[in-house]
Write a protein that binds this ligand. Structure first.
Ligand code: HEC
Ligand code: HEC
Ligand code: HEC
Ligand code: HEC
Ligand code: HEC
Length: 209
């Protein structure tokens, strides 16, 4: 004699019970997807995207220094010509000028940025500038190699001399590098004719070593 538990032949459980199991599984899967979506949303690296413009400890303006005052980029980022990293200048580079230039507001107070700069100088405390550009560690990049060819700072960083606040103009993903690397650079020969010279390397080990 078969035991009747109210289900059909395929399942030992009742249909109502099966439905509850399916519903529970669907709810679980649904909330898992919502959780993953939320995690991706909050961890999305917006600091790697075009337009990223973090608040800096001092309101340093490239528009004023590199634009209006026309201080050359390499005066402050001299390492770009000789090394992989361009590096940001030390406080003492700022003080080459700001030992003298200490502009006051109409009320006699120092400008807030200058005040913070002088405090760092007196305390011998480096300024904790927030990184704007940051490639993944598995990518090899070298500033000096690029500056030795005809590439300019603006080709990669945009019109920095017009930026009041430093910001990224590009996410700098792989496509950003490859697009330029595979483009034949135009050069001019001794007779004044433009010609396409060799392109920069695009084999993977150029940038992934
Ligand atoms: C008077 C010094 C000075 C001059 C001149 C100057 N910079 Fe800077 N630069 C800084 C300082 C300080 C920072 C860090 C603060 C900031 O990001 O605004 C910086 C940051 C940067 C960054 C972002 C660094 C990062 O964190 O990724 C880039 C790119 C840059 N400069 C490019 C240039 C270019 C291009 C020029 C010339 C057009 C130039 N700079 C001229 C001082 C200078
Ligand atoms: C080549 C000289 C020179 C160098 C180097 C230099 N500055 Fe200046 N800076 C100036 C001059 C000139 C002004 C304009 C003075 C003014 O009107 O306030 C100025 C203005 C400023 C201001 C005031 C902006 C405002 O109007 O609120 C700040 C803040 C400042 N600089 C920070 C820095 C920092 C930080 C560094 C180093 C990374 C630096 N400067 C390097 C010459 C220089
Ligand atoms: C071919 C593209 C390219 C050119 C040209 C270029 N940069 Fe950069 N720059 C980058 C990339 C990519 C990074 C991020 C490097 C990293 O995170 O390792 C960067 C980072 C920086 C930084 C942050 C500090 C560092 O080196 O990590 C500064 C400052 C900077 N560049 C300034 C300059 C200046 C000034 C020039 C011109 C003299 C210049 N760059 C030319 C692509 C370029
Ligand atoms: C605006 C054009 C341009 C952009 C953008 C650019 N490069 Fe280049 N790159 C060049 C040129 C031109 C050379 C060739 C320099 C030479 O060989 O004289 C080069 C050379 C190199 C080299 C040296 C290759 C060798 O022979 O060993 C590396 C590494 C490199 N680039 C990495 C990168 C990375 C990583 C990026 C992106 C973050 C990038 N480049 C973006 C133009 C560019
Ligand atoms: C000119 C420089 C350059 C060359 C050449 C290059 N890459 Fe990349 N690669 C990059 C940069 C820059 C990134 C992005 C790093 C970041 O997100 O900060 C990247 C990212 C990647 C990633 C991670 C996923 C992604 O898209 O962000 C993989 C995988 C990769 N590269 C594989 C390759 C392979 C395979 C080749 C050869 C066919 C190659 N790369 C050639 C510069 C380069």
């Amino acid at each position: 004699m078969a035991l009747d538990i109210g289900g059909d032949a395929a399942s030992p459980f009742s249909r109502a019970f099966d439905r509850r199991v399916y519903t529970a599984a669907a709810v679980l899967a649904g909330s898992f997807l919502v959780f993953v979506g939320f995690a991706m949303f909050i961890h999305w690296p917006s600091n790697r995207e075009a337009g990223y413009m973090p608040q800096q400890p001092i309101d340093f303006s490239h528009e004023m220094h590199a634009g209006q005052l026309q201080v050359p980029c390499l005066y402050c980022h001299s390492n770009a010509e000789v090394g992989a990293a361009a590096t940001v200048p030390s406080v003492s580079t700022c003080m080459n000028c700001h030992l003298e230039v200490q502009t006051k507001l109409p009320d006699g107070e120092l400008k807030p940025g200058i005040k913070t700069l002088l405090a760092h100088w007196e305390d011998k405390e480096p300024i904790a500038w927030v990184k704007v550009h940051d490639l993944a560690d598995f990518v090899y990049f070298d500033h000096s190699r690029h500056l030795a060819s005809d590439v300019t700072c603006q080709d990669c960083h945009g019109p920095v001399e017009k930026m009041v606040h430093m910001k990224r103009i590009d996410g700098m993903k792989m496509g950003f590098c490859i697009e330029c690397h595979k483009q034949p650079a135009m050069r001019t020969d001794r007779n004044g004719y433009d010609y396409a010279s060799t392109t920069a390397p695009i084999h993977c080990s150029t940038c992934h070593r």
